[in-house]
Design a protein around this ligand. Sequence first.
Ligand SMILES: [Zn+2]
Ligand SMILES: [Zn+2]
Length: 250
Amino acid sequence: MNAILDAFARMSFREALGWMLVENAVLFGVAVLGGDLLVWIFRTRRVGPLPPPVEAKELAWAACCVVLNTLVTAAGWWLWRSGYIVIRRDTGARAWLDAAALLLMMDLAMYLTHRIAHHPWAFPLAHATHHQYDRPRPLDLFVLNPIEALGFGALWLTILLLYSSSWLGILVYLALNLAFGVVGHLGVEPLPRSWAEHRLIRLFGTSTFHAGHHRDDRGNFGFYTSIWDRLFGTLHPRDARSQLPRLTRP
Ligand SMILES: [Zn+2]
Ligand SMILES: [Zn+2]
């Protein structure tokens, strides 16, 4: 990995941009194909209604998001090359702790910005685009208004500017971010009922948790955890109890 970092440090902007577009397109493909495979495997465990057929507009939003994610990655590359973002190269326990620190910092920042995005004044400007697709499928993780896609990128780069993480912590965080995003938009619950109802598991943003936000957007604003919803009293009542909504069959 250190060799890859060295290679990126030597690249021209154009060359780096090309690789970053490939990286973002591959992540998109893995998320959608892997997510759709999970939807098919757990098709009898629906936690929300079946989505309608994919719209051309939905695909266009997602493609736009992949391009914007690439631009955010490019901005991060430039900030790193210019010395504003520092990436550590150690791989010990501290490097792994970085992943947990990044996850918790981003979770709080995203909880707060998600609540602002739902303010009646702010909602129509950006976040309404994502909520047009309230019967989500994995693709809808990428259906974001450009303001929202760039806002998430700006938040992420701000955290990296303030916190010098290891590359390991960044990679683990980005993998978890993608995994939580896909799981939240499956529309099915891969976890067995007994696990999904477990007190510890319910501290995390499960598929059922984010499906709840798409069904009723007055609660469940967290992404990776339900900690901030519990702390600020915005957890859906059904998630506050140790119960899952009744699972429906497709
Ligand atoms: Zn969503
Ligand atoms: Zn929302």
